[in-house]
Write a protein that binds this ligand. Sequence first.
Ligand code: HEM
Length: 393
Amino acid sequence: MFESPLLYSLLLVIPYLVIKYGSLWRRSLTPNTKGITNKKSAFYDKSKTSSLEPMPADFQWDSIDPIKSYPFKNAAYKLTMGIKSLDVQDWLLIEPTYLDRIEEKTKIVTNNHPDYPKSKDLPQRTVFLTDECIPAVHEFYDVVVNYMCTKYPMYFTKSEDGEQLYNSITKEFIPSDSSKISGDFSTTRYLLLKLVRTIEEDFIILLKDPTRENEVDGTEYFFKGGVFAFAAGFNPNDRFNKPLSFIHHPIPGYESKLKVSMNRFFDRILPGQFVTRSNFSMQTHSQFYVDDKNKGHNNAIEEIVPLKLEDIDFEKEMHYRSERQVLTKLPKTGAVVFTIRTYLQPLSEVKRQGPEVRERLVGAIKGFPEEIALYKRSIEWGPAVIQYLEKDV
Ligand code: HEM
């Protein structure tokens, strides 16, 4: 059939090259966020998200190993942005905690959590929307739905009429895109609650507010909407509708070490780019919404009494907490989205990771300067935690 050997080999080689280099080419379209300096191309290039790929067909959400979020260094603490570029593939995750955390969060945002009195009015502290943020919430909703359908097609499927999306883990339907509902305040708030049922991450939407440019820090990005249910030591409502510097004002050294670079970064991040940073802290209980119990106060050093090793239950009380945060910008509205994924585990579980993790954590706690030890309240838990981690099992 193929009389020319050359033609025959070309027919064999071409499909191979297309498969091999086609995927490399698609990957090369993924934005490289190292040294973000590109001020000109603030437009959306759809091809930049093309490297998002479905998980393998045998992916099982409840039997994979979750990320180990241990972002501590055996070294002196340095207040830096600490951001790294992230592949779009690693943005929103389904791990074995998915269903439990969604249930936990739902109880919080609907004021039905048994650990908190109704009078606390948790919805008012955790679910946020302003009129000017409505288009960004709709855009974010569509981005999330597309993301989950593309990455986890085994769990997210559209109904036959295309109107609904079925999540086979929660066994619920949600609107398949935001155009299915009107753009008023209450239906947009409804979309926020549907996002709670769809992703484990909290999400904060930030926008510039030209009407407030004359205020202090008024040219910065403002926290304009989102869901902040797993707050770590503050009432999110106190930070709502405020600029970034106000949000960060309790952090010692923020003004001198972070403010300028952070604002520059928010201005320059491009749609399709993803960066990540992580933090860690300790708390003496297992609650996810914490507005008071695990942060120090700047001038209250004498009020904080160090805990005693023998008084602490490291399986049930003392918990290690880490947030995996991801930032990106939405193409149409230009809103910056900040997703926060919280890992919370008994300290005993961290200790079981072995000597390398234990030593690194001890080194990081010892490396806190005094004002950070006060801010993170390690003056209280630090000595006992170090003793516990250094003690042979
Ligand atoms: C590049 C982006 C960001 C950087 C580098 C950053 C940096 C920090 C740092 C260093 C802290 C101290 C604790 C820790 O290590 O995490 C902190 C705390 C915090 N951040 Fe951010 N942040 C960023 C974005 C945001 C955004 C977008 C929000 C939106 C609301 C936010 C809200 C907070 C809050 C509420 C705290 C706790 C403040 C307190 O202790 O009361 N951060 N951030």
